[in-house]
Design a protein around this ligand. Structure first.
Ligand code: NI
Length: 270
């Protein structure tokens, strides 16, 4: 089976009392949390009526670890952005004294609103991050969102030196898994911790292959492609991960799992 680019997926969240694709409600709740936490907003560009926003810690300091979390690359993978909202609502601003945290809460707003994977131009926002001679490069596969991110690669590289987590979902799955990147050939505590945080909510995918990538105990480890996360690791992020929650399971449970994996990612660097 393959993932459809324009099939629409809509769920209802009990905890947020909102439809998964209610973008106005999402942005309104996001603005409340960002105001509460005092995070600094930077608009990297616009996709139709929507901004591609990056948020940073209120008072970043060079002595602290730099962590970046992104969500909402694929429009139908809605529990990522909503999970980030829940993560923010539970975040104590004291954490900014220990880490420099940066967030890309919703990379593909037109896909999110429609509830489909690609953006409204039919592009895949998580492909086309080519890498050569130490730089990220555009290709024919790059999306409008990807081009905005590639244009900010020096900033995004600096904000993710100690880790990048990107939160995805798999609409074909009842089970969870993680794409992980660490300097060692074998997966270590970072990867296993993220997988285990998802395993508190769902069964871990059995050892076989997903999209042609070998899966071992719920991890696809050090698999490089032209995704955003892969590119940031090549640019120098010490470790990286792409979490995959199962979109055939309950939406609110997926939101909780996305919140938990973000908490685990931050806790690992504290
Ligand atoms: Ni995805």
């Amino acid at each position: 089976m393959s993932r459809s680019s324009f099939q629409q997926f809509h769920w209802q969240s009990s905890q947020f009392k909102s439809a998964s694709n209610d973008i106005d409600s999402f942005y309104s709740l996001l603005a409340e949390q960002m105001q509460r936490l005092g995070m600094q907003q930077q608009t990297l560009g616009a996709i139709e009526a929507y901004p591609l926003d990056l948020y940073q810690s209120p008072n970043p300091h060079s002595s602290r670890p730099n962590l970046l979390i992104s969500a909402g690359f694929h429009g139908e993978e809605a529990a990522g952005p909503w999970g980030m909202l829940k993560f923010l609502s539970q975040l104590d601003s004291e954490v900014f004294n220990k880490i420099n945290l940066s967030l890309l809460p919703l990379v593909n707003p037109t896909g999110f609103k429609a509830g489909h994977r690609f953006n409204q131009y039919g592009e895949n926002p998580n492909r086309g991050f080519e890498f050569a001679a130490g730089r990220a490069l555009e290709s024919a596969d790059s999306s409008v969102e990807g081009k905005l991110l590639i244009a900010q690669q020096d900033l995004l590289k600096a904000l993710s030196t100690d880790g990048i987590l990107t939160c995805h979902e798999d609409v074909l799955q009842h089970n969870c898994y993680v794409y992980s990147f660490e300097p060692e050939q074998a997966a270590g505590a970072f990867s296993l911790g993220l997988r285990d945080s998802l395993a508190g909510f769902f069964e871990v995918a059995a050892d076989n292959s997903i999209d042609g990538c070998p899966l071992d105990k719920g991890l696809i480890h050090n698999h490089y492609d032209t995704s955003f996360e892969s590119c940031l690791v090549r640019l120098g992020a010490k470790r990286g991960a792409c979490s995959e929650t199962p979109a055939l399971e309950d939406f609110d449970q997926r939101i909780d799992a996305n919140c938990a994996v973000m908490q685990q990612f931050v806790a690992f660097s504290l």
